[in-house]
Structures are given as structure tokens and as C-alpha cells.
Design a protein around this ligand. Sequence first.
Ligand SMILES: CC(C)(COP(=O)(O)OP(=O)(O)OC[C@H]1O[C@@H](n2cnc3c(N)ncnc32)[C@H](O)[C@@H]1OP(=O)(O)O)[C@@H](O)C(=O)NCCC(=O)NCCS
Length: 190
Amino acid sequence: MVETSSERGRPETAAAGFEVRPSRPSDAGSFLQMWRGVVAERWFVRTETVRWGRRYYRRRFRHSWTEDQASLVAVTGPGGQVVGNLDAAREEGPVTRHIASIGMAVAPEWRGRGIGSALMEEAIRWAREARVEKLALSVYPGNEAARAMYRKFGFEEEGRLTGQSKKSIGYLDEIVMGLWLIERPRDADS
Ligand SMILES: CC(C)(COP(=O)(O)OP(=O)(O)OC[C@H]1O[C@@H](n2cnc3c(N)ncnc32)[C@H](O)[C@@H]1OP(=O)(O)O)[C@@H](O)C(=O)NCCC(=O)NCCS
């Protein structure tokens, strides 16, 4: 059972002006501000409308480091402004519970400063601790920054789902990527 969360500060991220830690209920308002900004960009994430409000995220951020999920934020400044987040959630089905899916975002003005990488490192640490065997995600083909970051962490492209997203900007393919945290099963394609 994973019960402990990482609240320790990391010197390398502190020097870069941010800290990565599990989300707290008090992060809800600041998170929503960041998330609305990323959603408004329209190109990078599936979400087109932010449906849930502060109350929903306050509740959700109470369980930010469990056996089934990790909800991480990157925060900056004395008020702990949220400038990035990563959610990892274990699949619920009995035969897919070894996999956790990831979604993440960094505020536009904070990109390219190592926040995405710091969030991913912490997510991988959670996954190993929770004995997740594989991390999975999907990414739009034109999202070069995200694809490069996932490749940097060893994610491999496993396929392309055509027109999988029907967004206000049109249909978008999705590339599915995976990172095995155990040796890849040899008989998986039988
Ligand atoms: C994808 C995203 C989370 C990356 O976060 P970030 O904080 O900018 O990432 P980092 O600064 O840690 O960079 C990590 C790696 O990403 C790649 N990368 C970052 N910005 C890049 C860019 N503009 N072009 C190409 N590669 C880029 C590099 O490989 C980089 O590693 P390096 O610095 O060692 O070369 C961020 O761009 C983002 O939030 N984008 C919008 C939302 C989104 O796309 N979410 C993911 C949906 S699948």
C-alpha cells in the first residue's frame, strides 16, 4: 500500500524557481486558473471545456498520492501558484490494472524550464512505488514538445488512432505511447 507522499523539496527544482509536490485541496483555485489557460490554447489537450469547479478539485486533491493515482503540481512563488500539473491514474479493469495513464500540462509562460521533466520524474517514482508496470498516454501528432519530452523519458510510440479526437478545431489523430517500467513481456503479442 502506498501511503507516503513526497513532500520533500528538491534542491535542483528549487534553484530553478519551482517545486514539484502532490497537490493539496488549497491548490484548487490556482490549478483551475492554469488549466483554463492551457485548455484555451485548444491544440494540446483533449479537454475543450473546463466542466468542474474549485469544489470538485478540492475534493480530488485530497487523494493525491495513493496506490491508484498520483496528482502532482509544480508550484512557484510565496503563494504557491500552480504552474504545472500531472495526473497519473491506474486503469480500473482487472486485466489493465498494471497500467496507469498520464495527462499533464505546464502554463505557457513556464514551458521549457524543466517543469514537465520534473513532473514526469516524480510520476515515474510514484509508479515504481505503486508497482505500476507500464505508463501510457496519448498525444496529438503536432505536439512536438510533448512528443520529444516523452521520448526523452523512454516512451515509445505504439500506434496512431485516426480521428480519435473530434475537437472544435477539427478531427485530430492521437499517437499512443507507452513506457514499460518492468521488462516488456515477451509473449504479449501471442
Ligand atoms: C509538453 C509539456 C508538458 C512539456 O513541459 P515543459 O516544462 O516545457 O518541459 P521541459 O522544459 O521539462 O522539457 C522537457 C523536454 O521536452 C522537449 N521540449 C520542450 N520544449 C520543446 C519544444 N518547444 N520543442 C521541442 N522539444 C521540446 C525537450 O526534449 C525537453 O528536454 P531537454 O530540455 O532536455 O531538451 C509542455 O510543453 C505543455 O504543457 N504543453 C501544453 C500541454 C500539453 O501538451 N500537454 C501534454 C498533452 S499530451
